[in-house]
Every structure is written in structure tokens, then in C-alpha cells.
Design a protein around this ligand. Structure first.
Ligand code: AMP
Ligand code: MG
Length: 492
């Protein structure tokens, strides 16, 4: 094999000792490459042809990419509200950072690469099912246009992992703007290590918010910037019906990307109280709680940064509270913009438009209408003759017809051409989302018979979620009787 040059530049590995522990991936028995994201590899400046041939060795951790400096990151986290001062990468190993073709710094990480000093009682491994779910859902999120970590590759290890049952082991190679999270800050705050906190703040700003580098109070500027990105992200989650499932502070990214696709799921029928995660018994991370949890997590970041937020404690607390309160306005702003766009309204925000949004959601909830299909069918219903598809999604058409009449009256007042409006609506209302029942079917076939055909079909259709793909229309459909997934299980 010829050594290929990989543009690694591992800035995190240059931070001092308490930030991480160096650890090599543990080799596996018989790795097989089951998915490789060639366009992403090219974007990262990797040798895609070589990785297509030899990816099994590299993406299992059996062989290290030249220039990688593997390590496990240290971090803390509030898990379901309970603080754990040291979690860390228990089954993820950061290989390093590359500067991609657009000059962006990106982490490459193996998830499931073997035990680390932070594994506690865990085996450091991942099962095939969660690896496939993260691959499909993270790539779907990207295609949907949301900030998210990406999936570069998946391998099966040829080794079993022992959960409630024996499952095939797998490794996901994940790409992220970084793996800095609220929990990283909490870790150093809990240790009372103000120097490390300061260094981490500078590092996070340099990496994600370089425009803030000269701010007089960098930590406060960082807190505001994270508030803005998270408000935007969570508004966009709601707009596509996404439930993250484990919004613990260790899964809350400083860069504002969606990270850690464990028991995540998309809504089928609209139900704001929906929870899929088998471990979320209290509904803490239910669909409609996500904005408030975002605020709660932000408050935890503010607490961690407190010593850096102002000249004395009381001004620091005031500054933090102002940012936390402002997050609510930011979220409202982004949510309103996203939801108004879904019903074909742009221009200045006004209360009547939001009432239309809320009333439609109310009808969908009352009649358990499919979230994605309702919004997708709405563009066609701009003219009365096209409303049939939408009405079939509701058991009782009458209130929907009345809503449509109100909506059309509103559309008539902004004079936008119907074709333009319809095109804009189709560009924000996907036809295809990663439906839970399809993901479960893909996982079941892969686990039972190493049949990856459904996984492949989903990768294909979800790469273009806003395009009608008539030959693949079956993947747009909600679950039939008996197909509905009630619970998804955590990725551990
Ligand atoms: P997660 O729920 O995936 O965000 O993980 C929460 C914490 O548990 C992180 O510190 C993980 O590294 C750790 N963890 C999860 N699964 C395992 C495993 N199989 N082995 C070791 N650590 C794990
Ligand atoms: Mg996590």
C-alpha cells in the first residue's frame, strides 16, 4: 500500500493532559465495510479510492490513517437531569481533525472502536442496529438541510456484542465540526479548573466562532453564540418532526450540530407529547419539550462558564440570565420563520400567520394526521382543485376545508405567484423522512441475514428528501397497521 497524504491537523490533541486520554482503537476479528460515504470522503480530502478498497481495516480501527492521533475526550454531563462529573468517550475514539476542501476543520471519530479509560462498565462497542440508525438519520438530516454530524463509513466487526441479546458488532465513523459539548465545559467547571475552562473557551471560539475572538468578554459572547445556534437548530428539528431522544448536556454540541442519534425518531402522526425513547420514561425529551430543554442545557453551560462571564458574581449571573431569557425569543423567531415557510408565507412575521400555523397543528393533532404528508400535500392545495390529497389525511375534512379557505384568503393578500409559492413550500416540506418503521425493518434485515438492501434503498431515497421520487414512493408512506414503532432503544 502506498502511504497517502491525509490533511490531519490535530488541534485537540495539542491541548493539555486533562482534556483527553490517548488511546488506540482495539482491533476486531473480521471487519467488513458495509457503507462508505464517498462524496463526504472527497469533501474531506481523503483518498476515496483507497478507502473504498481498504476501508474495512481503517474504519474498524484495525489500521490507523496516517496522521491520526487517537484519543478519548474527557467530558461530564447531566443525564436526564442528573449530573455525572466524568463521562468521557467510553466507546468513541477521536482519530483527529482534517481541514476539508472548503478549509473547514472536521473531526473524524470512530464510534464503537473499543474500550477507553472512560468506558466504566461498558464494552466500548456499538451494535449494528444503532450504527445503521445513526448512519441513515444523520445523513438524512444533512440532506434535509439541518446542521448535523455526518456518517463517513460503517463496518461490521465480525464480533458479537452482548446487550439484552447477542448482536452483531459494528463501528460508525462519524464526522463533526467538533465534539465539544456543554458537558466538556461542565467537566472543568466541576473540577474548579478555571484555567482549563478559559483555555477551552478560547479553543471553542477559535474553532467555531472566530469572529468573537476580540470580544471583551469572550465567554459571554460564546454563550450567546451557542444560544443562537441551538435555538435555530431546535426550531428546525421541530419543523421537520424530529425528536432527538437524549438531549443530555453531553449530547448538546457547542457548534450547534445535531449529535448522537440514539433513540431518535421522526413523528408520523402529529403528537406534540410524543416520546419514542425506551429510557425516557418521564417524557423529559418529548417533541414539544425540546425547546425548553435547550434552554435548560444552555443554563447549565452558563453555570459552567460563570466565573468567566463578568467581573463579579452578581454581574455574571445577570449577564447569564439575560442570554438564557433571550434564547426563548431567538427560538420563537426561528420557529415562527420555519413554520410560516412551511405554509408558504414569507415576509414580516404577524400574529395572524402564526395563528394559521397553530390551528393547522391543532387539526393535525386532533385527527392524528401525518406531520410530513400534511405539509407536503399543502403546496398542491394552493388551488382548491388540488386539495384532495391533503383532505384524505384527515378523518373529518370539514374543519380542514375551513382552514384551507382562511389560508387561501391570507395567501391572496401577498400576491405571490402560486407556482413560486408551491416550489418554495416543496423546498422546505420534505416528501421523505427516515420513517421509524423503515429503519427498524432495515435493521432487522441487516441483523438477521446480513441483508443491506433496505438500508441501501433508504440511503438512496433519503439523499433527496425534497424531491418526488415516484419509483420510491412507498418510502414516503407512514407505517401501516402493525408496523408502527412505539419505542426506540438507546444506542448503547
Ligand atoms: P450516549 O448515551 O451514547 O450519549 O453515551 C453516554 C455515555 O455513555 C458516554 O460517556 C458514552 O461514551 C458512554 N457509553 C455508551 N455506550 C457505551 C459502551 N458500550 N461502552 C462504554 N461506554 C459507553
Ligand atoms: Mg453521547
Amino acid at each position: 500500500m502506498t502511504e497517502t497524504v491525509i490533511p490531519f491537523d490535530n488541534s485537540y490533541a495539542r491541548l493539555p493532559a486533562p482534556f483527553f486520554t490517548r488511546v488506540e482503537p482495539t482491533a476486531v476479528e473480521a471487519p467488513v465495510l458495509i457503507a462508505f460515504n464517498r462524496p463526504l470522503a472527497e469533501e474531506l480530502g481523503l483518498d476515496a479510492a483507497m478507502l473504498e478498497r481498504e476501508g474495512a481495516a481503517y474504519f474498524s480501527g484495525n489500521r490507523l490513517l496516517p496522521g491520526a492521533e487517537p484519543l478519548a475526550m474527557a467530558y461530564a454531563g447531566h443525564q436526564f437531569g442528573h449530573f455525572v462529573p466524568l463521562l468521557g468517550d467510553g466507546r468513541a475514539i477521536l482519530l483527529g481533525e482534517v481541514i476539508d476542501r472548503l478549509g473547514r476543520r472536521r473531526d473524524i471519530q470512530l464510534k464503537g472502536g473499543g474500550p477507553t479509560p472512560y468506558s466504566r462498565r461498558g464494552d466500548g462497542r456499538a451494535a449494528l442496529g444503532p450504527v445503521l440508525r445513526e448512519y441513515l438519520v444523520s445523513e438524512a438530516m444533512h440532506a434535509l438541510g439541518l446542521p448535523t454530524t455526518r456518517a463517513l463509513a460503517a463496518v461490521v466487526t465480525g464480533e458479537p456484542v452482548y446487550r439484552e441479546e447477542v448482536l452483531p458488532g459494528a463501528v460508525l465513523t462519524r464526522v463533526a465540526a467538533s465534539h465539544l459539548r456543554v458537558g466538556t465545559f461542565q467537566h472543568f467547571a466541576a473540577r474548579g479548573d478555571e484555567a482549563a475552562l478559559r483555555q477551552l473557551t478560547d479553543y471553542a471560539i477559535a474553532r467555531h466562532y472566530p469572529e468573537l475572538q476580540d470580544d471583551p468578554v469572550p465567554a459571554l459572547a460564546l454563550l450567546k453564540a451557542v444560544a443562537e445556534r441551538q435555538a435555530f437548530l431546535i426550531a428546525r428539528w421541530l419543523s421537520i418532526g424530529f425528536i432527538h431522544g437524549v438531549m443530555n448536556t453531553d449530547n448538546f454540541s457547542i457548534s450547534g450540530e445535531t449529535i448522537d442519534f440514539g433513540p431518535c425518531a421522526f413523528l408520523d402522526a402529529y403528537d406534540p407529547e410524543k416520546v419514542f425513547s425506551s429510557i425516557d420514561r418521564g417524557g423529559r425529551y418529548a417533541y414539544q419539550n425540546q425547546p425548553a430543554i435547550g434552554q435548560w442545557n444552555l443554563a447549565r453551560l452558563a453555570e459552567a462558564l460563570l466565573p468567566l462571564l463578568g467581573p463579579d458574581e452578581s454581574s455574571a449571573v445577570d449577564a447569564a440570565n439575560a442570554v438564557i431569557a433571550d434564547y426563548g425569543h431567538r427560538f420563537q423567531h426561528h420557529w415562527s420563520a420555519a413554520m410560516r415557510a412551511k405554509i408558504g408565507l414569507d415576509g414580516a412575521d404577524n400574529p395572524e400567520d402564526l395563528e394559521l400555523v397553530r390551528d393547522l397543528l391543532g387539526l393535525m393533532q386532533a385527527q392524528a394526521a401525518d406531520f410530513t404528508l400534511t405539509f407536503r400535500s399543502l403546496a398542491k392545495a394552493i388551488g382548491e382543485s388540488g386539495e384532495h390529497d391533503m383532505l384524505t389525511l384527515f378523518k373529518d375534512a370539514e374543519p380542514v376545508t375551513a382552514w384551507l379557505a382562511r389560508w387561501r384568503a391570507r395567501l391572496g393578500r401577498d400576491g405571490r405567484a402560486a407556482a413560486d409559492r408551491a416550489a418554495a413550500m416543496q423546498a422546505v416540506n420534505p416528501a421523505f423522512i427516515p420513517r421509524n418503521h423503515r429503519i427498524e425493518q432495515a435493521i432487522a434485515a441487516a441483523q438477521a441475514e446480513a441483508d443491506f438492501s433496505l438500508f441501501e434503498a433508504l440511503r438512496t431515497v433519503l439523499a433527496h428528501p425534497y424531491e418526488d421520487q415516484p419509483a420510491l414512493a412507498r418510502f414516503a408512506e407512514p407505517p401501516g397497521a402493525g408496523e408502527e414503532v412505539l419505542r426506540t432503544f438507546c444506542g448503547t
